[in-house]
Design a protein around this ligand. Structure first.
Ligand code: TEU
Length: 557
């Protein structure tokens, strides 16, 4: 198996609107990111994944694109982008762009034309269907609540939008659409970007006939994900993308694939495959779904460690030697890792953040660090509806509380506080000055009130900080084939307090032990026989005693 540069790389995800504002308008921008590149390099990351910065009406914070080859003015100009890219490369950082081509904005000129009639050059760029008995063509629901179809009187037809009505799905069966995508990919690759994160790329091939989806008891719409994920022509489209574009550049690609299984992922990321390099799978971030299927992700239940171990172990084992994992605890769509998978109790937060970082970064795959995760940033613990700005949150509240009366307001507010995407989108916490040094203006979204206590300035020079612990984890990966390529062995899968596993490579063994609880427990995995302890979140080593949220890594040569 030939080794690839992205296999021992670490990716840092920047949500640009919340990263660094340089002109006082309250919104992060490209010039601000350029100023912060040395910080990202100091952490030790190799690659930056940049959420969308293209022209957009911003109905879904940039995931509704109206011009793929223009920069959203609030982020700056194309010259600002070129400056950021050049500086990143000079700093030794690669840049991944976010490729959002399952859908466009309804303000994109393609859609503006397509909706006018059935016989214009763009008529078949989207998925249009005639009404059935005066209603939508099938029973699919949208990821953002409500139905997945909207009627356009000018055509007398409905168009499909798996997300918001302002995000019409592209018709990938149309070769002209695929050519448009190849061209826009080449535009950015020819500018020197180093690859793409591909938004819901496994949804682009829809099932023939667009059949109705199963409906949960009492639900108004069917859940289309089992039907639309990993559709019949997905491999063909990805192989064509690779043939037409990717194979002509030395790039890294990661496909966001809600609903994909390890078996699917092996098809897309097979190490000699001609498709993608790795996938973002959703199994471990979907473990605490509400028992009432109509409520989907909205819940306030903790994730059971046994379930988390089973899921991560499944992916580690299935892809070993056959594909490649991306490793993540959180991103702009998920709540903050330390609040969700461990604890943000001030007494344990730092140790818990380091424990989570260790547990993830010692696995096989490419780790992704979401902005602020390296500081141990937490959920905000929102209390009222006016705290939220994300359409997914606001639509879900409206649908579940006010339309369908599935839950009362207080219950839904608890669910939103626990798992909303808003938790991850608060401005970056740089220091303890006004607005955490993010902006001199009025921030587009309220900061987490804990920024005076949790910020980069207080950590970058503190050897005991989460930031410097993540820096050590990343450095370990950069210098260890055992960590990068070692095969995975789960230990004690039924243990609901401790996550322990081994990695094996060319006669060496890594032993990773993480206590996910606030209790002291005793576990003996033979750590006394280790050659060395590589890293741990307590200064000393208490042998078989694992203290609250203790994590430690041993190597056996
Ligand atoms: O998210 C894909 C997706 O499945 C979302 O429904 C996400 O999992 C959900 O919001 C989690 O609760 C991608 C982007 O990452 C997201 O920001 C966009 O809103 C979405 O696609 C539409 O482009």
């Amino acid at each position: 198996m030939t080794k690839k540069w992205w296999q021992n790389a670490v990716v840092y995800q920047v949500y640009p609107r919340s990263y660094q504002d340089s002109n006082g308008d309250g919104v992060g921008d490209l010039a601000g990111l350029t100023q912060r590149l040395p910080y990202i390099k100091r952490l030790g990351a190799d690659v930056i994944w940049l959420n969308p910065i293209y022209k957009s009406p911003d109905k879904d914070n940039g995931y509704d694109i109206s011009d793929y080859q223009a920069i959203q003015p609030v982020y700056g100009s194309m010259a600002d982008f070129d400056q950021m890219l050049a500086t990143a490369h000079q700093t030794g950082l690669k840049i991944l762009m976010d490729l959002v081509v399952n859908h466009t904005s309804d303000q994109h000129k393609w859609f503006q034309e397509s909706r006018q009639s059935k016989d214009n050059p763009y008529a078949d760029y989207y998925i249009w269907r005639d009404p059935v008995d005066g209603h939508a063509p099938n029973n699919w629901g949208s990821y953002f609540s409500g139905g997945a179809w909207t009627y356009e009187p000018k055509r007398g037809q409905y168009y499909l939008h798996l997300f918001a009505p302002g995000q019409p799905d592209l018709n990938w069966e149309n070769p002209k659409v695929r050519q448009e995508v190849w061209n826009l990919m080449r535009f950015w690759l020819d500018k020197g970007v180093d690859g793409f994160r591909m938004d819901v790329i496994n949804l682009i091939s829809k099932p023939a006939g667009l059949p109705d989806a199963p409906v949960a008891p009492g639900a108004q719409y069917g859940n289309s994900e089992p039907l639309v994920s990993d559709g019949p022509k997905l491999n063909d489209y990805l192989q064509e993308m690779n043939r037409e574009v990717l194979s002509h550049y030395d790039v890294m690609t990661v496909g966001e694939m809600p609903g994909s299984t390890p078996e699917d992922a092996i098809q897309y990321t097979g190490l000699d495959a001609n498709e993608l390099n790795m996938v973002f799978q959703f199994e471990h971030v979907g473990l605490s779904a509400n028992p009432d299927e109509r409520l989907g992700k909205w819940n306030d239940q903790p994730v059971q460690l046994i379930d988390l171990k089973r899921s991560l172990s499944r992916w580690q084992t299935a892809l070993d030697g056959k594909g490649w994992n991306s490793l993540y605890w959180n991103n702009h769509d998920q709540p903050r890792a330390v609040s969700r998978f461990a604890t943000d109790d001030p007494q344990y937060r730092v140790r818990a953040a380091k424990m989570l970082g260790t547990t993830l970064h010692m696995l096989q795959g490419t780790p992704y660090v979401y902005e602020g995760e390296e500081l141990g940033e937490t959920n905000v613990h929102y209390t009222k509806l006016s705290d939220y700005e994300d359409l997914e949150s606001l639509n879900a509240y409206h649908q579940n509380v006010e339309e369908d009366h599935l839950v009362d307001s207080q219950t839904m507010l608890k669910y939103l506080a626990h798992i909303s995407r808003d938790n991850a989108r608060t401005p970056m916490q740089w220091d303890a000055t006004a607005n955490a040094g993010f902006t001199t203006g009025k921030p587009w979204f309220a900061l987490n009130p804990n920024y005076p206590q949790i910020n980069a300035k207080s950590q970058v020079d503190d050897d005991q900080s989460v930031f410097n612990y993540y820096r050590q984890l990343i450095a370990l990966r950069h210098h260890s084939d055992l960590i990068v390529y070692g095969s995975y062995q789960a230990l004690d899968p039924e243990d609901n307090q401790v996550f322990a596993y081994k990695r094996h490579y060319q006669g060496q063994t890594l032993l990773v032990i993480s206590n996910f609880t606030a209790e002291s427990v005793t576990r003996d995995y033979g750590q006394a026989q280790a050659s060395q302890r590589l890293i741990g979140n307590y200064a000393d080593d208490a042998g078989t005693t694992l203290r609250p949220y203790e994590t430690k890594v041993y190597q056996f040569n």
